[in-house]
Design a protein around this ligand. Structure first.
Ligand SMILES: [Zn+2]
Length: 235
């Protein structure tokens, strides 16, 4: 658990909103799989939400692809052994000045780790869960939760809550929250915005996940210096 008030750098928060373009489809979320497999869950107040871990994991993956495309060496997440600073088996050039982080002089951390963190380095970006702005009472009743009935014991199985799909198409249901940056490197805003542009859907598969979505982008800092920095990958 990361407590915002314990971070030494000032925190700047930016609103981010996912707008669901297609039918909101929450069928796969209930009884099996890890949290990361579930594109959507409910909090204790009954609000639908997209877990922060789901968004962060997906965004990290997209940012890794972008950084590699710009010829930066990137470690291999999410296995700690193949992530910075260990990087077991990785042979690319990580011994770059841009991979040095103050306070960690003997190590190198790739651009992605410097933003999203690793077992050694704290994440410089923190995500909220994105909460559905629609009052759950106003959502179509097809989103009503159901429970799995154990036929042998004739009781509802407590851990097997599931949700029936789906909302009407084009309802433009919104999920909103904040991204918090604290001590992030200069290129973080540019990289995160570029990564978000590659996320057109959330969830394991389009049919079992959230469906197609677009973003109301956070107003992250975008300085010319960010692009100049990112362009140096091939040097
Ligand atoms: Zn790394």
């Amino acid at each position: 658990m990361i407590y915002l008030q314990q971070l030494s750098n000032p925190i700047t928060s930016y609103q981010i909103t996912a707008v669901i373009d297609t039918a909101l489809c929450v069928g796969a979320g209930g009884s099996s799989g890890s949290l990361a497999d579930k594109p959507i869950v409910r909090n204790s107040e009954g609000n639908l939400l997209i877990p922060a871990s789901q968004l962060k994991g997906r965004l990290r993956h997209e940012c890794e692809k972008i950084a590699r495309g710009l010829h930066w060496a990137v470690c291999s997440s999410p296995n700690p052994q193949t992530m910075c600073p260990q990087r077991a088996g990785l042979t690319e050039n990580f011994q770059r000045t841009q991979y040095q982080v103050s306070g960690y002089e003997s190590q190198h951390h790739c651009l992605i780790c410097q933003v999203f963190g690793n077992p050694v380095l704290a994440s410089r970006v923190i995500f909220d869960d994105l909460i559905c702005t629609e009052n759950p009472d106003n959502l179509p009743e097809v989103l009503r939760p159901g429970v799995t009935i154990n036929r042998r014991r004739h009781i509802a199985e407590e851990q097997k809550l599931y949700f029936l799909e789906t909302s009407p198409a084009n309802a433009q249901i919104k999920f909103t929250g904040h991204i918090h940056l604290s001590g992030a490197p200069i290129y973080a805003g540019a990289l995160i915005l570029a990564g978000l542009r590659h996320i057109h859907a959330l969830g394991g598969s389009k049919s079992a996940g959230l469906g197609w979505l677009h973003w109301e982008f956070p107003e992250l800092p975008l300085e010319q210096g960010a692009w100049d920095f990112l362009a140096k990958g091939g040097e």
